[in-house]
Design a protein around this ligand. Structure first.
Ligand SMILES: Cc1ncc(COP(=O)(O)O)c(C=O)c1O
Length: 393
């Protein structure tokens, strides 16, 4: 009889031999434009989502500490039993103001927020129509609808294909179009003007996950809706990237949708609330974003600089205002190997391969922060220049 644990161990061994095994980089200090590795080595950090450089901000740390003092370590309960603190309501009010939506509700992650939203909103006979390259949490959230609702996928950002899916779903109940605002592996933007226009024509609801756009896009960092000047019905987002870098997620929408989620969504009914220190840190992050618009302009300046410099030295990068710059390598083992080579130049960057991205589309993903100095970016560009030949797919 086969030993299942041995089989799994063999599978892991095989991935090590193939060079596709992911090794975790352990950091000995806080997140920032540079980070300290365990051997005390300082490297430029080109792979965090700390887009505004707030993860180590003294005010956020102080406000988190104050919340720890006031509320203790955590809720020791789910929201509806006795796990809702004042600080949760304050955060939700700040998020509803930030997203310009009637109400917001929070979860311990945006993964949870997406998994709460889609299966709770959709019932028998309803349809979810999802972009092919949506984040894994949206894909899994669609799967959680089970057989009760219909799932349709449209080709990435292909508006003709979306229209066809909407035609197919014409006689369904509720129709929900769901998309990332910024696609996390591509760094491109959802075509929200077209999506919202099609949604109007077909009476569909639009939900946008703006995890990589909040604090990054739009005149005041409010995300893709502000960037395009459009309105959508539902916005989800994370508090673990630009908005403080800790953890947490949220859904913002009209009051009845948020009421439904607080009454029925399983990640809120069966799982603890956001730790109060994390909630307080996120409120502080939203205030800093409002108060210090220069962070946003510095981020945009850095994004333009990196994209322009990479294309000048021979890399193919798409035109995009987002802080995600993928460099397509192709083979997973090669992408992982090249990430290791970048570390030889003191640049921390991650190689992404299957199953995070489709087979054959492995890549290095560079992420820009407002906290990067030009020196940091130049060091990264020099490393890319030295590795150009090796990086060609
Ligand atoms: C588009 C998108 N949605 C959701 C998530 C999950 O966010 P969280 O870390 O808050 O679960 C991510 C994180 O990578 C993401 O990129």
């Amino acid at each position: 009889m086969k030993n299942p644990i041995k089989e799994i161990a063999l599978q892991i061994e095989a991935s090590k031999k193939q060079g596709t095994y992911k090794r975790t980089q352990v950091l000995a200090g806080p997140m920032g434009p540079t980070v300290t590795l365990r051997n005390n080595r300082q490297v430029v950090n080109l792979c965090s989502n700390d887009y505004l450089g707030l993860a180590d901000h003294p005010e956020i740390i102080e406000r988190s500490k104050q919340a720890l003092d006031k509320f203790g370590n955590g809720t020791a309960s789910v929201r509806f039993i006795c796990g809702t603190f004042e600080i949760h309501l304050q955060l939700e009010e700040a998020l509803s103001k930030f997203t310009k939506k009637q109400k917001a509700t929070t979860y311990v992650s945006c993964w949870n927020a997406n998994e709460a939203l889609i299966p709770t909103l959709l019932g028998p006979g309803d349809v979810v129509i999802s972009d092919q390259l949506n984040h894994a949490s949206i894909i899994d959230a669609c799967r959680l609808c089970g057989s009760k609702s219909i799932k349709l996928i449209y080709k990435h950002n292909d508006m003709q294909d979306l229209k066809q899916r909407l035609e197919e779903a014409k006689s369904a109940g509720k129709r929900l179009i769901v998309t990332d605002g910024v696609f996390s592996m591509e760094g491109d933007l959802a075509n929200l003007p077209e999506i919202t226009s099609l949604a109007r024509d077909y009476g569909a609801i639009v939900a946008v996950d703006d995890s990589h756009a909040h604090g990054v896009l739009g005149k005041t960092g409010k995300g893709t809706t502000e960037h395009f000047g459009v309105e959508v019905d539902i916005i989800t987002g994370t508090l673990g990237k630009a908005l403080g870098g800790a953890a947490g997620g949220f859904v913002a929408a009209d009051e009845p949708i948020i009421e439904l989620l607080t009454q029925r969504s399983r990640p809120q009914l069966f799982s603890n609330a956001l730790p109060p220190a994390t909630a307080a840190g996120a409120i502080a992050a939203l205030e800093i974003l409002d108060r210090e618009p220069q962070r946003l302009s510095k981020l945009h300046e850095n994004v333009r600089y990196l994209r322009k410099s990479l294309s000048e030295i021979g890399y193919k990068v798409i035109e995009s205002p987002t802080a995600i710059v993928p460099i397509i390598i192709g083979d997973t083992a090669k992408a992982i190997r090249l990430a290791k080579r970048m570390l030889d130049f003191d640049i921390l960057i991650t190689g992404f391969g299957y199953p995070v991205v489709p087979e054959g589309a492995a890549r290095l993903r560079a992420q820009v922060s407002a906290s990067h100095s030009l020196d940091c970016l130049d060091q990264a560009i020099k490393a890319f220049e030295a590795l150009l030949e090796e990086c060609l797919p």
